[in-house]
Design a protein. Structure first.
Length: 176
């Protein structure tokens, strides 16, 4: 009888230990899977929420129209135009800087009657592109106050329309 009670007690102890082991291992697997989901969620949030990582809009279409894009980017050089870009080193209290562009033809004569706009962004925030229309101020000079508060590398893509021709001039500059 004592032997039988000892055997029953051993079985009960074994069942309890077995049950605890099952719970431990199942809980461990579920916890690891949950941790994997949390890590994946954080990775997705970081990948999609960072303004420094940017996808170039219409990149595929621009690649398909490479000849046209290349023609627009080399038009100023082909025409012999000189495009000078000057950006103020000092930003005002609102973070605005004066951006001035002067354009001259191959003979050095100013070219008036152009439509000039600029796409401006800081290299550390490539997803935050600012498009500004530049106003003529005389003698083929165009000017605008642009939001350029940060110091560092800036990309300025000038879009110039002259009659039926589109000209693109790209400049990278560093400001303090």
């Amino acid at each position: 009888m004592i032997n039988q009670q000892a055997t029953v007690a051993q079985r009960t102890d074994q069942q309890i230990a077995e049950r605890k082991a099952k719970w431990f291992w199942v809980s461990l697997v579920v916890a690891l899977l949950g941790l994997q989901l949390v890590i994946g969620g954080v990775a997705i949030k970081l990948a999609t929420g960072d303004a420094s990582a940017a996808i170039v809009p219409n990149y595929h279409q621009a690649a398909l129209n490479w000849d046209q894009i290349h023609s627009e980017r080399t038009a100023a050089k082909r025409l012999g135009w000189t495009v000078d870009l000057d950006v103020s080193n000092v930003a005002d209290g609102r973070g605005m800087r004066a951006v001035q562009v002067s354009i001259a033809d191959a003979d050095g004569k100013p070219i008036d009657d152009l439509q000039v706009s600029a796409d401006i962004y800081h290299h550390a925030r490539a997803a935050e592109v600012q498009t500004v229309d530049m106003q003529p101020v005389g003698d083929a000079e165009y000017q605008v106050l642009a939001p350029m508060e940060r110091s560092g590398l800036w990309q300025v893509d000038l879009n110039i329309r002259h009659e039926d021709q589109r000209i693109t001039v790209q400049r990278t500059l560093e400001r303090d």
